[in-house]
Design a protein around this ligand. Structure first.
Ligand SMILES: [Zn+2]
Length: 284
């Protein structure tokens, strides 16, 4: 189960990534967490990332990609991963695809957490925390109840809103996200990797929908040979068309030149055509 989760802030992507990961026994790989962790532990990549951040620059894709690669080599990622937070644009998607092909862990699906922006705005503007007990609430979706008392158990909470949770800032953030992600969504749709799930509603319900949408994907690692054949098939349309066929058949059958000539004299069809047709039907 190797998937990428896409979703706007407030779509519940992080929560669902976590749930998917524990359901399928694979790690949730969040590029943000990896970065923070590498910086905190002052690893080689972490130091590079820290230098970039301190210079006021964005951490380069190379560093993030190297962190992801490192993470996916750990034993717990053998059967897959749920990647969250990366890629954010087509260039990153392409470098990610190449890296995953290199380590023989191509993505099975990219899942879009689909949700109405109006719902997102409501979710995000409803966030509050209590200045006394620190609990997090949402005045629309999970308001304080009798089951969640404040410290003294009697007083009502003192709810405050983070300054960047105001509607204007949130609208901005969502617009930036949408502009960034739209081309990425189209990219994955064109590559036939995109699946979409209705992300509105209760956490449990969305979880169930996600599992349905992913139901056909193997949850344990597919043996290497099958997996790499799959990669080849996925790339086939762009790669194979121009010149590979004659080259391939020439390589596979030395001396086919003479044989082909003999057949041509007899008026038979060239063998390469037969063979490639058989090969492609076997692949299907
Ligand atoms: Zn409180």
């Amino acid at each position: 189960m190797r998937i990428v989760l896409l979703g706007a802030p407030g779509s519940g992507k992080g929560t669902q990534a976590q749930r998917l990961a524990s359901k399928y026994g694979v790690p949730q790989v969040s590029s943000g967490d990896l970065l923070r962790d590498a910086v905190a532990r002052s690893t080689a990549l972490g130091l590079k990332a820290k230098a970039a951040m301190e210079a006021g620059e964005l951490v380069s894709d190379d560093i993030v990609l190297a962190l992801i690669r490192e993470r996916l080599k750990r034993a717990d990622a053998r059967d897959g991963f749920v990647l969250d937070g990366f890629p954010r644009n087509i260039a990153q998607a392409e470098t990610l695809r190449a890296m995953l092909a290199q380590i023989d862990q191509p993505v099975d699906a990219v899942v879009l957490m689909d949700i109405d922006p109006a719902v997102l705005i409501r979710r995000l503007t409803g966030r509050r925390s209590c200045s006394r007990c620190g609990r997090l609430f949402n005045i629309y979706t999970s308001p304080p109840t009798a089951a969640t008392p404040c410290i003294d158990g009697r007083q009502a909470h003192e709810l405050v809103q983070r300054p960047d949770d105001n509607e204007e800032t949130i609208r901005n953030r969502l617009e930036v996200y949408a502009a960034q992600t739209r081309p990425l969504i189209e990219h994955y749709r064109a590559g036939k990797l995109l699946r979409s799930v209705d992300a509105e509603g209760e956490i449990e319900e969305v979880s169930r929908r996600l599992q349905q949408v992913l139901g056909d994907i193997p949850t344990v690692r597919v043996p290497k040979r099958v997996a790499s054949r799959r990669v080849a098939r996925r790339r086939a349309p762009t790669r194979r068309k121009p010149a590979t066929r004659p080259v391939k058949s020439a390589k596979k059958k030395p001396g086919s030149g003479a044989a082909a000539r003999r057949r041509a004299v007899r008026g038979a069809r060239p063998a390469s055509k037969h063979r490639s047709r058989r090969r492609s039907s076997a692949r299907r």
